[in-house]
Design a protein around this ligand. Sequence first.
Ligand code: PLP
Length: 667
Amino acid sequence: MEIYLDANATTPVLDAARAAALSAMAEDFGNPSSIHSTGLKARALIDRVRSRASRLLGAGSGRLLFLSGATEGIQTAVLSALRALRERRAAGDASAELLLYGATEHKAVPEALKHWNELLGLGLRVEAIPVGRDGRHDLAWLKEHAPRAGLVCTMAANNETGVISDLDGIEAALAGSTCFWLVDGVQALGKLPLRLAERRIDYAPFSGHKLYAPKGIGLLYVREGAPFTPLMAGGGQEGALRSGTENMSGIAALGAVLEALEDGKSFRDHATLATFRNRLAAALQQAFPGLVFNAPLEQTLPTTLNFSVPGLASRLLLDLFDAAELRVSGGSACSAAKAQPSYVLQAMGLPESQTASAVRLSFGPAAEEAFINEACERIRVCGDTLRENCLAPSGNQALIGDGITRFLMDGECCWLVADAGSRRCVVIDPQPALADRLAQQLRCQGYPLVAVLQTGSQDEGAQALRAAIPELLAEEGGDAWALGQQTLRRLALGDGRSVFLLDQRVAFIGRASPAELGTAVLPATLLAPACDPDNRVASTPTAALAGAAGPAPSLGPDALHALLREHPDALVIDVREPFEQRLGQAPTLDPAVAIEAMPISRLLNALPAWLAMPAERPIVFFCRSGNRSQIAAQLLVRLGHERAYSLAGGLALWPQREAAADPALYV
Ligand code: PLP
């Protein structure tokens, strides 16, 4: 079962909201502008939902418009305020020089400010209000700048950290200023009392999908008397403030959510949510010693936790959680290879160890206790799995290392060759940036490192590795190193370059071309490069690394089952890393075929046996999303085994998954 802990990104739709939306689509489907009875029913529904929203938000005499979501609400508010500022200026009042937004605001706000400022030709200065280490606005700075501000935008609660803004303090800082005030209420809806009309807030946008309504429905609060310019002109709906036929199913669903909020039965109160959050926080601290929370818990939404584990990349943590079917999000934007530091945490002045490795965990106010308990249990298992696989910053368990492991970073490969029998190992082409990761693995393994080798002349990586693990260094000179039954030999190429041959099975060729190797290698020798920007993994003298390789065939679940029925001898290989295999789900195959585990980092060990198989025996790779399995399948095709396939979309798209990995499924 999936444990969804990314509610600040979006939530599932509440059952009652789904039922209300269906009813609005199937039964009360009228157009509220129609004057017949079907239309009147739709109109009555809109009126009911608007009044309920107005009560819940304390909107008083302010208006509430239905629109598509917060981004549209923000545009409308910014356009309205900026047009009013232009009119003020035309009337001779040029006191507004600045458009201010909190430095941790959602991107929709500063981008809208810049966009409309340019489009309306205002030329005002758009400036970020600094925040303190606790994520709250610098009120002294705001007070100083408020007299020259035309519009001030401050969110009620932050989406990444959950930090709750001091709206009373902000209001006090704005005293005496003629600026307009926009409060982004997206993350506060249903979690904080807002009492909009009690403050001088001019505009407040909301998005339904952050609180169990579907995507595509939102609200904009506009204070009575605040200037307004429609973003959409047309049929005159919403009192001509927002044209376009209303999203009735969305409005009905939002109405059901607001009803649940008002009756207090489906949503937990603040104290209960805080207890849940504290339990999750304790589970995290226990699972990941050294963990730091990136915002003070007492000043954050009781449904959000943002943390970092110094020494542990957020990408690894995200993969770990995802494998355990715990859906969390990076507190920072993650690309495939590198995490971008979070601008929110950077604005708070947190060190890089925190900004680049943040993880956000957020749940909705309808969370049940059993759900939180299950989340805590999975967090505990994640911590154990990390230590079992030598991935934690400390407290790791011993690890058996055998065979060849590839470490890939920014397209550069480093190879570790270990022999469990003789407990000896060798590292080829270590890069400086990999020294810590390698050292951690070598420490867990505990084997003497008998050689640190380079195929080229760069030796910073080798020096860094030697410095990191002096206790394991047992370097032997010469040009040959025994590793159990195998021997690794140096072949000098001149210019200070070398190639290392593991018998004639594998050649670590660095940047050399196959032509330079001559008769030192056989046609089937696997060539392991030092530079592999396209992630080709390996080649042979007859199947060059740069050779053409289109995508390997992909199979969906039905096609895979059909293939297995036709070829019960097919090999099915899980290329995920061991920690994912330990935590994650395996596909339920029909017919039940044993699955072999061979992480992508260790493919070289299995290639000779796979390539020796009869050409008609299929081999199917799978992973989490279909990327790694595609790499493996392409490799096999390129090296000559054409019946290699990748499971399309990986396990993420597999229809039925087992509740937990069953070790019996693996051979
Ligand atoms: N403001 C905040 C604080 C948010 O968290 C989001 C969504 O992540 C938005 C605005 C934009 O909302 P939407 O994408 O629903 O328009």
